[in-house]
Design a protein around this ligand. Structure first.
Ligand code: B12
Ligand code: SF4
Length: 499
């Protein structure tokens, strides 16, 4: 028996469909005996003590020999480290395998800890099956090492890098085994609909933005599932499970206009809402017919990397050289025309001059709001990912270095870092961070967004009236009155929202 484990990924939300584990499970069906264990269903907060007992019980009940864990940086890592340490102590023969974004980027650091036996890097469902087959067949260490993507330790205990496996093509993979989970557990109320569920329809992204963790997972490759198959899955989720809204977690759902248009046309009759992530310069080229088809099919909001209010910074971020701030403004206007909310994400505080960067982007955000006040604005602090030849080099020159052990990664400072809330980055003084938070508070009070469906028109007017002098004068500091108002009206998006 193989247990596929999803550590707690959010302290505040209803559980999100564990897509990573469903993608792995799809290839195990009929081949290996497995079960999905999702700590997010335990009720909150699920502490490492609770999840150890949950897994310990399941291991004993099923006589499991393998525990495969999906690990994102942040809370999942914070659970996975103590939980796997303890389970290895209790079950020394249990083989522990880690995969997902964190171990893909930091495989060597993970393997310095002896409780993880194997790390699989990248989109590794095929490599995972090959490893399980090899373990079941009693393969030698050397044979296992030949499977691309599998990282382990050599005889001297030194971590070995197995490289990235070839990117599987979703169109050639079996459908996800949705029957392995109780879909009703994952239907959540969001602004999109009362029964929202997630899906994922492509791997990778053809771009190379210098701050993005996707780049070294896929190296510029983008492989989609077919529009027909994606539409059929959505139809199944709606008709069989009562979903009325879909969130697409693809890194870049909108790469192919043809695929998007075809998909949109296929789901229009379902009368649902949907959301996905895209690029401004790509979608800018979509025809009016495609925009109309997307709007008609229920596209309510698109998460777009606006990133910065300066063309120079966009170029330094390697946004592809085609996206400009002028285009960002025009896009906000265009989307307003189609009734689709732009959800603009900005990456601020970039080295080498974070102060100026924050300042210019804050000014630009105000312009965006003038063009389309419904625009959602998400402000992230620049958080380096290990990507050579990019902003990461500037970060390293400022004295930045990743922790070299898992214990380092689970410390409070690095947890904040992983969740893009760090105040301890060498190039970033705390005042910059504070200034940004104060600005966000004023901005969201003056322009409460349309996705905050609980805010009545009267409450919106109150928020605007109270914050108007700050917004107009640009004095955002010490917004105590807005902090108090937030407690009553909950007008800000949760701190951890967005991906
Ligand atoms: C949905 C999602 C979430 C959900 C939780 C999902 C869950 N598992 O419960 C929520 C909203 C809670 C979330 C939160 C966060 N997320 Co998130 N999230 C995503 C998102 C959009 C989709 C993940 C997904 O389901 N993908 C679909 C599956 C099929 O792909 P996959 O996960 O990559 O899995 C494949 C491989 O990685 C691998 N694999 C994965 N796990 C395993 C395990 C084993 C054993 C093996 C062999 C292989 C394997 O094989 C899979 C199949 O190919 C991704 C972006 C993306 N498109 O992937 C970001 C992403 C993973 N998140 C990210 C981040 C930063 C966060 C946060 C830290 C953000 C924050 N501000 O706090 C938080 C905290 C994370 C945590 N709580 O631990 C980053 C990670 C960046 C990085 N530096 O590594 C990503 C890449 C977004 C981005 N572009 O920056 N997230
Ligand atoms: S377009 Fe988005 S997903 Fe693609 S590399 Fe840039 S930030 Fe990453």
């Amino acid at each position: 028996m193989i247990l596929l484990y999803n550590p707690p990924s959010s302290a505040q939300r209803k559980p999100i469909l564990p897509c990573s584990l469903l993608a792995l499970g799809a290839l195990l069906e009929g081949r290996h005996d497995y079960a999905i264990v999702d700590a997010n269903l335990l009720g909150l907060p699920a502490l490492p003590g609770d999840t150890v007992e949950l897994l310990d019980r399941r291991i004993r009940q099923t006589d499991a020999a393998i525990l495969a864990v999906t690990v994102m940086p942040g809370p999942q890592l914070q659970d996975a480290v103590p939980v796997c340490t303890e389970l290895k102590r209790r079950h020394p023969k249990l083989t522990i395998i880690w995969g997902g974004y964190f171990p893909s980027q930091h495989s060597q650091t993970v393997l310095k800890s002896d409780f993880v036996d194997y790390v699989l890097r990248g989109h590794s469902e095929r490599a995972f099956v090959a490893l399980l087959d090899a373990l079941a067949d009693g393969a030698t260490k050397q044979q296992i090492r030949e499977i691309r993507g599998v990282c382990d330790r050599d005889d001297a205990g030194q971590p070995q890098d197995g490289g990235m496996p070839a990117l599987p093509k979703p169109a050639e993979l079996p459908a996800w085994p949705h029957h392995r989970v109780n879909i009703a557990d994952y239907l959540r109320p969001t602004f999109l609909g009362s029964r929202t569920i997630g899906h994922h329809s492509s791997y990778g992204c053809p771009f190379f933005c210098g701050f993005c963790a996707v780049v070294n997972m896929v190296n510029g490759a983008w492989v989609p599932d077919e529009a027909d198959r994606v539409a059929a899955t959505v139809r199944m989720l709606v008709e069989q499970h009562g979903a009325n809204a879909i969130e697409f977690y693809d890194n870049n759902f909108f790469v192919s206009e043809k695929r998007v248009r075809h998909f949109a046309e296929q789901i229009t009759d379902l009368n649902i809402s949907w959301w996905g992530e895209g690029r401004i310069d790509t979608m800018w080229k979509f025809s009016d017919e495609t925009w109309q088809a997307m709007a008609d099919s229920g596209l309510r909001m698109v998460f777009l990397g606006a990133e910065s209010g300066s063309d120079e910074t966009l170029a330094r971020m390697n946004k592809g050289g085609k996206q400009t701030v002028a285009q960002t403004l025009q896009m906000a206007e265009k989307m307003g025309h189609y009734g689709i909310v732009p959800e603009y994400s900005f990456v601020l505080g970039n080295p080498p001059n974070p102060e100026a960067d924050v300042q210019s982007t804050m000014a630009f955000v105000r312009k965006v709001k003038e063009v389309n006040p419904d625009t959602e604005v998400i402000l992230y602090m620049y958080t380096p990912v290990p990507l050579d030849g990019t902003l990461f080099e500037d970060a390293k020159q400022s004295g930045f270095a990743f922790p070299e052990t898992l214990d380092g990664w689970v410390s409070d400072d690095w947890q904040n870092f992983a969740q893009r809330r760090s105040t301890g980055l060498p190039w970033l003084g705390y005042p910059v961070q504070q200034r940004l938070q104060d600005f966000e508070r004023v901005l969201n009070a003056y322009h409460p967004t349309s996705t905050l469906t609980h805010l009545t028109p009267i409450r919106r007017k109150v928020l605007r009236a109270v914050s108007a002098w700050r917004y107009r004068s640009g004095f955002h500091r010490w917004p105590f009155e807005l902090r108090a108002l937030h407690k009553v009206l909950r007008y800000r998006r949760p701190e951890t929202s967005g991906f």
